[in-house]
Design a protein around this ligand. Sequence first.
Ligand code: ADP
Ligand code: MG
Ligand code: ZN
Length: 479
Amino acid sequence: MEYEPVIGLEVHAQLLTKSKIFCGCSTAFGEEPNAQTCPVCTGQPGSLPVINRKAVEFAIKLGLATNCRIAPYSLFARKNYFYPDLPKGYQISMYEYPLAEHGFVDLTVKGEKRRIGLIRIHMEEDAGKLKHGETPEKAPFSYVDFNRTGVPLVEIVSGPDIRSPQEAGEYLRRLRTILQYLEVCTGDMEKGTFRCDANVSVRPVGQTKFGTRTELKNMNSFRHVEKALEYEIKRQIEVLKEGEEVVQETRLWDTDQNITVSMRGKEEAHDYRYFPDPDLVPLKVDDQWIEEIRKGLPELPDQKRERFIQDYKIPEYDAEILTSTKAMANYFEDCVRLYPEPKTVSNWLMGDLLREMKRDEKEIEHCLVTPKHLAEMLNMMKEGTISGKIAKEVFEEMYRTGDWPATIVKEKGWVQILDTGEIDGVIDKVLQSNPKLVEDYRSGKEKVFGFLVGEVMKGTKGKANPKLVNELLRKKLKG
Ligand code: ADP
Ligand code: MG
Ligand code: ZN
């Protein structure tokens, strides 16, 4: 029997507000433990939460950008559970009345268009952080840092619409791109500002009913999400093939062993005793505010991609990659402004620049090659000052040092040889030392021509203008 996976993702994204969701404490990262706390976010009796308007605005932005319906009224609820990083004994979240519902995100996976539904986006507060350690005498201790307590989050719950680990990865990247375009979240999985729990089940192909799911946690990179899902899908299929049943539970991804391990049985909503938070009035969002926010939305990835295809006449594939981050898109447009040949620019960005960036795990913001560098280099190529081959080396050098192409070319003596006399000299030498090949060429063996061109280029250390070499060599061989 063939099985297919069904996946739904729950993403927590930290909103980039300066202050926390229900108090004025700073959300800045890296401060002394518990330096950013107050009676509200440490749950002192008698303190009262007040909603942060900016956090709501950011959540609405995301809702609109993902085609959700924004609820005119939503309600904060208490999700009750005990854990040492949760000083109130409950987390303020949303339950029956979330802020946004019924959205979707469009993707292209392996050339196929896919639409992933969003069930809901709701707002909630983050919990604190535990720090476990050992004293020099090997006595275990645990500290708790409440700086993160009360930092605003949105939880984005997808429908069970995802059909492969790769699609899950694409969905997450897309969602992160949207958050980054909106400038409401940094989207950094390693730092935990963008976190994902994955629900997965399998079912026989053709069956409409979903199978029993497990929920996977503890994946802090896109790669981990994909690997954990791959593992878990295989595991569930094996369980079913053995004639057994998948147990609904929460499982942890073990990064060392590359397996998922059972953590606890699945908790149910009724375990949390959700109820409306009596300290907070219903959150009212009127149409006027929604329209204001809608008008202020930036150009989003899908729109930008379509505009790039239209305006720059570049392939959809290029446009998709170039709009994968706002910074990359801006970089591309800056380059094209300086050197108006979009496809040439795109080739350099998608080839050389992205390759180097990937190798160094560098962001485009930190690249020493600026659009001005690239445009200057492309102009030198166009004017014939440097060959395409030299340009590749100039590029690497600029990438490494940030020096200007003209300076590099001058210092390295890489100026292209356009002097026919000098090239002729090298050709003579090459022909003299390859009499057999000259013979072959003259008796009709066209193939050796390429080799001879190569030898001449080598003889000029790659600096001769290839077009010129071709012309001069043919002339010589004829004569
Ligand atoms: P809970 O409240 O227990 O987290 P939800 O109904 O909110 O459950 O669903 C959580 C996530 O699980 C959603 O992303 C949803 O798409 C996904 N999901 C629900 N049922 C299944 C299933 N059978 N297989 C895979 N994913 C599922
Ligand atoms: Mg859930
Ligand atoms: Zn506080």
